[in-house]
Design a protein around this ligand. Sequence first.
Ligand SMILES: Cc1cc2nc3c(=O)[nH]c(=O)nc-3n(C[C@H](O)[C@H](O)[C@H](O)COP(=O)(O)OP(=O)(O)OC[C@H]3O[C@@H](n4cnc5c(N)ncnc54)[C@H](O)[C@@H]3O)c2cc1C
Length: 808
Amino acid sequence: MKSHAKVVVIGGGVVGCSVLFHLARHGWTDVVLLERDELTSGSTWHAAGGMHTINGDPNVAKLQKYTISLYKEIEELSGQATGVHLTGGVLLAATEARLDWLRGVVSKGRYLGIDLEVISAKEAAELMPLIDPSQFVGAVRNKEDGHLDPSGVTHAYAKAARKLGAEVERFTKVEDIVRRPDGLWRVITNKGEVVTEHVVNAGGLWAREVGRMVGLELPVLAMEHMYLITEDMPEVADWNKKTGTEIIHAVDFDGELYLRQERGGMLMGTYEKANKVWSEFQTPWNFGHELLEPDIDRIAPSLEVGFRHFPAFQKTGIKQIINGPFTFAPDGNPLVGPVRGLPGFWVACGVMAGFSQGGGVGLALSNWMIEGDPGADIWAMDVSRYGDWATMAYTNAKVRENYSRRFSIRFPNEELPAGRPLKTTPVYDTLAAKGAQWGVSYGLEVPLWYAPDGVKDEFSWRRSTDFEHVAKEVATVRDGVGLSEISNFAKYKVTGEGAVAWLDRMLACRLPKRGRMTLAPMLKDDGKLIGDFTLANIDDHEWFIAGSGIAEQYHMRWFEAHLPKDGSVKIEALGQKLTGLAIAGPKARDVLAKVTRADVSNAAFPFMAMARMDIGMAPCLVGRVSYTGDLGYEIWVTPEYQRAAYQALITAGEEFGISLFGSRALNALRLEKNHGSWAREYRPIYGPVEAGLDRFVAYGKDADFIGKQAALAERKQGGKLRLLAFIVDATDADVIGDEAIWHDGVVRGWVTSGGYAHNAKKSVALGYVPKEIADKPDGFEIEILGKRRAARVQAAPLFDANFERMRA
Ligand SMILES: Cc1cc2nc3c(=O)[nH]c(=O)nc-3n(C[C@H](O)[C@H](O)[C@H](O)COP(=O)(O)OP(=O)(O)OC[C@H]3O[C@@H](n4cnc5c(N)ncnc54)[C@H](O)[C@@H]3O)c2cc1C
């Protein structure tokens, strides 16, 4: 074994081998993979080997498509058969709600280049002869579905990587990982030590244990999973003989089942509701090639449905039941990327669909390590989407919920209950007593809307029970004054003698003067967005930044990686050390003026001003800005004072009819102002010109901000895309996000977010299209629940296009 390497990959499952292959293919060949046993000694060897392109997140779906396209290449490179059978498949819907969901999947597929088609149940049964079509209302055909040999694929990656110069050391167990003072890592094994710049944790079933070697508690947990293999079936033999093809794959969402042909019989797997965690706290090191005891009672309810939906199973015997463990993150997507605070330590774990996702994970991670950027939008699998709040018990609750809901519909207005409430603010009980319906953001409970007694969300793809109540909350803001809780923003404090120069380099905006705020895009080296913030200069010494709450860890990882080594700049993520309230609407100033002695007149405290002031008795930091696009104030207050500030505002607001509004009303308000938001309109694949944020980029400032050259080039060339706002001729259902945008009968773009703008009484969608068609006001359509709806470009905001209200 070599004593030094540029990269050490820990784990020879499908994921570790894919990472090794991609690093070598990308030119890093001084790389070694350490495997404690034979390759595939974790969950990889007993996988069912299914692969597909469908994923709830379009960007992950793209990487799944890439993974499937890769198998041919690694087979050729390695000479190792992968056993790929691209049979195609059908996704079956037993209910209309499921068919609506599938229509959304098809719509996404159109701009992702995934060939999907809605078909009838009868047509599905013609493609997959075991189906009883009377059990289904429709289906989707997917041509890029199939299965493979898990061991063959893993060895193909490893052999291809070796051919490119990478090394694989089997029977080499990593026992400890120690960071040296010079930043290099000592990877200590049972066979000696490797010193390396980068460590990749691809430990699969043991990813937690490998994480713990560096003091990291990763939110991953293994679950038991079962599939059965039947005896040979005459129906299968007949079909094979008649058509000369295998029986295609099927996913039966309502039965929570997946099926495929296995030799002369069938394989049926299930994500059962009565699921079971495996090795809750620690994975034994001596586990490897054994299977777990099957428990047919646990999967019996799903099998019962399966036998009804696929009657041929009733007449066949079960040859074998496989029960094996594999890992999940709380939301079921992988954990990939560099770990904040551990330079050179990377993770590629929690991969629950290694044969659909392993290639994409390897590609993204190798790009990230070599180029400094994953090269794709991989937010949905970025390890930084979790913070310290994702504790072991939280992970346990969420993983179980996710497993049991793997094939369940999640409606756009459906909030999942497991692991909640976890983080709450001091006004939580007060708001709950007012009827707050809660969502969750980065572990924190967030009021979505306020329901009268006896009313709650009815889950639906269409407008639902909250519609009229959210409309009232919107009217409260536009006609008088509303109060909302905004503690879910991320808040950062920047101090130190180097703060000004550092902020000037990190952020693309011009720095605001003392007591002022500005919108602050942050760019990567390639000139694409990596953040959008509000930056405030409190007193030339202390700077305040507010940004997307879900991206706190993501942004801190970026900030900290760019801090000067001399300690001249300090940045702190304030989390819930600072809570927030906001008031907005034409009467907002009247309310504020009643509770503070500070002069909050327009002259003394204009738009984009920020100052410390007392609200009632509570010391606060107040900014005159509002995401509602109205006259409004954001009020930052430490938690011990939040209730006092809240009470002062509510009491003062009584005479102005103050009322509460939640984040759904906020969404409706920001939509009629064409305000985008992070992780929806603003993501690391869009440039500022494309996203319409170029007006906040100080292209001419002296400071050489990160991404400046690339941003200048984007401005010159105009980028490729444009973010547009559309008014959609929708009737009872609005866009959710990720729908296809058509132009002149061809799919040209995708929706990023939208909804109903209650004040303007219009259905609004925001989304990206190629710049060449961005100035065409007509010819657009947006697909909602399988129907193309006419959409008109709305260049000017529907509300307060001249910004008079905001600045008044
Ligand atoms: C019953 C079942 C059916 C499945 N069906 C499918 C399917 O149809 N399609 C699909 O895509 N996925 C399926 N999966 C999931 C799939 O198996 C996983 O997604 C995949 O195996 C994850 O691979 P991995 O490389 O991340 O982890 P693992 O396979 O667990 O590999 C981790 C490797 O790291 C090694 N290791 C850990 N710690 C150390 C250390 N300290 N030193 C050295 N080596 C170490 C281990 O020995 C192991 O070989 C199924 C899983 C099960 C259990």
